[in-house]
Structure formats: C-alpha cells, structure tokens
Design a protein around this ligand. Structure first.
Ligand code: IMP
Ligand code: MG
Length: 174
C-alpha cells in the first residue's frame, strides 16, 4: 500500500472526550457495584484509560491481546490469542473494551471465549462501529460513534503501528 497518512479529522478530541464521559456514566449506571473491564490490546488502551478515569467506584482491569490475520486493511476472520487474561472472570460483571467493531469477527471470537469462563454478565463497549462492514451479527451494548466505511487512525487506532498517539480520530488518505 502507498504511504497513507491522517487526512481529514473525523472526531475531535473534545467530541471523543464528551462521548467517553457519557459511555462511562451509562456503564456505571448499569453496573453500580464491582466492575471488571477487559481491554483488547493494543487499540483499546487510550479508550480504556479515559473510560476508567470517568468511572468512580470499584473497577478492576485486565488485558488481552489478539491478532486478526489481516490482509492490508481488511480482516480475514481468523483470530489468534496473543495474550490471555491474568485473572478469572467467574461470577464477575465484565465489560469488554474494544476500539472498533468492523466485520465483527474479532469481537465474536472474544465474546465466545470469554462467555465460556462463566462471568455473571458479559457486555461490550466499543468506541467506534462501522455497521456497513458487519459480516456477523455481534451484540455491542455500548457504542461511542457509528461511522462510515473509512479507515481511521488515532486515539489508539493504528495504521502499520503508527498514529495511535493522536488525541483525535482521522481518516487516512494519500
Ligand atoms: P473486525 O474483526 O473486522 O471487527 O476487526 C476489528 C479490528 O480491526 C479492530 O480491533 C481494529 O484492530 C481493526 N480495524 C478495523 N477497522 C479499523 C480502522 O478503521 N482503523 C484501524 N483499525 C481498524
Ligand atoms: Mg483492535
């Protein structure tokens, strides 16, 4: 692929911060007690850090890393577990924290393996969703923004491991 760089800003830092505050409040309202967040590395690390800082009360965290066998900017559907959780999910109220749901294949795989570990509840929060790209009907209870089918970077999302550090989300172009 040719040299792609962030072009148009799709979501400003202020827009993201406001929406993340709302999502944190929504999740807290649904789970006022102990809450266990499972973030998907690497893309979700920025979203997670803003989410938890807007969430008062008792919150524990864990991380897992997966890799989709990507072909360019599309997913093949095969998912490989690179890092598993440190602690059990049994009996816990668990929310998966992910950067973006695109085809839905990655999240479907994650939800299936995490549900098998007997959490009390399992829900999913995604900052972004591209509904037009969905190939499997995956349930995501908390969605920050629904966007069109454009490849985006920033706020944790990368292109070839770059641009995760941008405080805003931009569409890449040449
Ligand atoms: P899915 O399995 O197709 O839903 O793919 C989800 C994963 O693909 C996300 O966790 C991202 O890592 C990656 N992804 C999908 N769309 C984008 C994008 O626009 N920018 C950056 N990464 C993306
Ligand atoms: Mg990801």
């Amino acid at each position: 692929m040719t040299d792609l760089r962030p072009a148009d800003v799709l979501l400003t830092a202020d827009q993201i911060q406001n929406r993340v505050r709302e999502l944190a409040a929504d999740i807290r309202r649904d789970f006022p007690g102990e809450l266990h967040l499972v973030a998907v590395l690497k893309g979700a690390f920025v979203f997670l850090s803003d989410l938890v800082r807007n969430m008062p009360g008792r919150v524990s965290l864990d991380f897992m890393a997966v890799s989709s066998y990507a072909k360019g900017t599309t997913t093949s559907g095969e998912v490989r577990l690179l890092k598993d959780l440190d602690t059990t999910l049994e009996g816990k109220d668990v929310v998966i924290v992910e950067d973006i749901v695109d085809t839905g294949l990655t999240l479907t795989y994650l939800q299936d393996i995490l549900r098998a570990r007997a959490p009390k509840t399992l829900r999913t929060a995604c900052l972004l969703s591209k509904p037009s790209r969905r190939v499997v009907d995956v349930k995501v209870e908390y969605i920050g923004f629904s966007i069109e089918d454009r490849f985006v970077v920033g706020y944790g999302l990368d292109y070839a491991e770059q641009y995760r550090n941008l405080p805003y989300i931009a569409v890449v172009g040449t």
